[in-house]
Structure formats: C-alpha cells, structure tokens
Design a protein around this ligand. Structure first.
Ligand code: C5P
Length: 223
C-alpha cells in the first residue's frame, strides 16, 4: 500500500444497486454504477486497510487487495453486511443505492400478461446503514445522501435519523456529477462540521474522502 493511515483497520463498504425480484426473470432496480463505492474500496486498500466490499450487480472489476462479496437483493446485502461487521469493523461506508422497496411476493413462475393492468404490492426493505449504526459496537459509520433539492437539509436529517457519524451529500440534479458520471462534487457533514469537496474525478475524490474519514475517525476514537 502507498498509504499507512488505515493499517490495522477493517473497512466494510456497500456499493452498486440492488435487484428486487418480481419473478424468475424480472426485477426492480436502479442506475447506480457502483463507481464511487469501488473507488472508495480501492482508496481504503491503498491506505493500508483490510477491505470488504459488499456489492450489488455492477460492471466493474474488483480492485486489487479488496475482498468482494457479490449480492443481488437488499436482504442479501443486509445479511452479508451483518456477517462482515460482526467480526471486527472499524469503518463502515454505505454507498449502495439500496432499493427502498421490494415486491411483497416473488412469483414462482414467469408472470403472464393476462390483463391490461397489473398491481404490484411493495414492502419496505431494511435500512442497512441504520442497522449498522444501531449496533452496540458501532463502527465509524458513513452514509451517502443523493438528493435533487434541499441537498444539505435532507443530508442533515439523514445524519441524525440514521445515527451516522458522517454523511456525504451529493446533488444528483446535476447530471455532470453523481450516478453514472466519472466526476463528483460533494459536501461532507458531521455533528459539528461541514467540508466541501469541489468537482473532481471519483477516483481522486475517493482518495480525498478516505484521507478525511481516517483523520476524523482518528480524532473521534482518540477523544
Ligand atoms: O434514505 P436514503 O436511501 O436516501 O439514504 C441513503 C444512505 O443510506 C446511503 O448511504 C445508502 O447506502 C444507505 N441505505 C442503506 N439501506 C437502505 C437504504 C439506504 O444502507 N435500505
């Protein structure tokens, strides 16, 4: 590793979308590329951490030195995260675009188009980052907030409601940053502060964020 800041630390991350099955051949999902999460995993490994990346289906190669656990649904992601953080976990970073809802039931056979309308009943998925932040031995927990309006206010609400140590706020109404693009511009918020990271490639931003998280976590643990 190039850096040494995270030597001896176990960093667990989620990345990518989840897929919520309707039947054996169909699912509900979203356009998350996984780029930000994979870049953060790579940066954490480069800083000397042991890294576990719990990933939904994406078209990205696993970064060198990272152990990847592939999952599909939110429930599978939740189970994989809970088992990964059970041992020792120092920092948990949730970048995954977890589907908020899943079909209440999954059809055993391919659904037929017998009617002009079809109603799908959905049920809430577990909130993975909030579950990690509620653990008695809570790692330093970082969430992401992708918003189209009132970005900082919604991010602050999530920071408090999910009991996070830090949240990375991302304005996804600007198509040149966020989701599928290679660049991002974010603001990082925590209990008593805010730091803005101007637009830069996701790989650079990932290194800067890992550096920042390592420093704040160091202060937090040392306090
Ligand atoms: O509430 P919202 O989905 O906007 O919160 C975003 C943050 O929460 C992200 O860090 C995302 O990875 C995490 N999240 C999660 N489990 C969910 C929903 C969101 O870990 N079911």
């Amino acid at each position: 590793p190039v850096g040494t800041k995270l030597i001896g630390k176990h960093v667990v991350l989620t990345a990518g979308p989840t897929r919520e099955a309707l039947d054996p051949v169909r699912f509900i999902s979203n356009h998350s590329s996984g780029k930000m999460g994979y870049a953060l995993a790579e940066a954490a490994a480069a800083a000397g951490a042991k890294v576990t990346l719990i990933s939904g289906p994406v078209h990205l190669a696993c970064p060198a030195g990272v152990s990847r656990v592939g999952v599909s649904s939110a429930q599978q992601m939740y189970d994989a995260v809970m088992s990964a953080v059970q041992k020792q976990c120092d920092i948990f970073i949730a970048t995954a675009a977890v589907a908020d809802y899943r079909p209440e039931s999954v059809a055993d056979q391919k659904i037929k188009k017998n009617n002009d309308e079809m109603i799908v009943r959905l049920t809430r998925n577990p909130d993975i980052v909030a579950a990690v932040a509620a653990l008695p031995e809570k790692p330093f927990t970082v969430g992401f907030a992708a918003e189209t309006n009132d970005v900082l206010n919604y991010a602050k609400g999530k920071l408090a409601r999910k009991n996070l140590d830090m949240i990375v706020a991302n304005d996804v109404s600007d198509l040149s940053i966020g989701f599928n693009s290679d660049s991002n511009r974010v603001s990082v918020l925590w209990k008593d502060g805010q730091h803005d990271f101007g637009k830069r490639p996701k790989t650079q931003l990932a290194q800067d964020l890992i550096d920042f998280i390592a420093d704040i976590d160091g202060r937090h643990l040392g306090a």
